[in-house]
Design a protein around this ligand. Sequence first.
Ligand code: SF4
Ligand code: SF4
Length: 418
Amino acid sequence: MPKVVSHIVTRPGRTHGDPDVEIPVAEDLVTEPGNPVREEDLSYYGREHPIEAHFIENSADREWLWTMYTPEFAEWRRRHEERERPLAEAGEVSGDIEPTSEPQPGIDVTESIRTKARELGFGETGFTRYDRRYTYTSRKRWVRFTHAICLALEQDYAATQTLPSEESEHAHFGTYEIEEAYCLELADHIRSLGYHAQIHGHSDSSAPYIPLFVSAGLGQLGANGQLLSPHFGSRARLMVITTDAPVTHDEPIDYGINQFCEKCQVCVNRCPSNALAKDKVWWRGAKKNKVSYKRCRPIMGRYDGCAICMKTCPVQRYGMQPVMEHYVATGKVLGKGTHNLEGYTLKDKGYFGPKEKPHFDKGFFDIPRGKEEDWLFEKFKERIAKEGAPPDGEATGFANEVKEALDKSHSKVGQVEP
Ligand code: SF4
Ligand code: SF4
């Protein structure tokens, strides 16, 4: 049954120079531009209970993750980090570099920056206020400048459809390497216009970036906890540059995703560990489908980053325009119930088509949790409870392990957030 169209969203084409695309939004999908937020709650949590970066809060499972890699992938990952380290270090100090020319008074440089970003290869570029309420505790003093330039770089299509696989992990990490180099170039361009530019990387991110992207009109938050942008859904890597350049902010857009996800639910149904919630809840001032970290992480770690929730999303697979056109024409979700969209293979368990899911024993989900130092302490306490007080030498060894874990948490540059 065809649907009545409420409005058409017009967006620039996928790559620079492509014609605009028009995305029809059915009347029954309309909610509001962006995602629902309660400003007062957002302010309260940002002020009283600020969040901390994932790689600090969950340092225990980061160590565990490396033990799950094949020797070949661990070696590839080490080389990736070597390639990326100088880029991340350059980004870390980028905000301190002075502009290379005098600014032209009264000139808005939004389109100059947007065009340069598109020429470099960013599929989505948008401008918004850098909302400090989302900033991680450890990065609060680092962040400079009030405007955020949101930059999404598409990840290879074919490699992504093979996930979970090492091939798709190469695409995932490889995209960040390219993106960090592009950001350095874009920052140089901003300095040549007479302004400062600070690169917010992925490995030492300053905040969860999705709310900024939503505010800049580049997509909406999907039930899989990822940004669904028009051309590639969540198959993109996100970075931000903050600047003091005079820019005009974009507006959030209603693409119909808030409601569409409630009808679709493919990622929720296909997640191998039931880590995705069917219903939205209010969480720290945002209405969202909350991902269960403790159910997701063991799968991600053991199955090459998993991301089946990305692979099985029709917006990632087919693009938002065909998905929304199909919905308007039929009232149905494009690809839902098909092997093409919903099928996936887990390396030790085989292929799972629509309605089929793997089974995992309870012990499968038992992995190190929280901060590494806290995890070490928990294990130490358990041991004392079982075996009594350890000899002095062992207590000193434990203290050294905790010190090492704390030192790692406090050195941020080059840490990788998988
Ligand atoms: S990454 Fe895998 S386990 Fe985690 S939410 Fe997505 S589908 Fe589920
Ligand atoms: S799979 Fe469906 S429910 Fe999940 S994020 Fe994509 S559109 Fe939303």
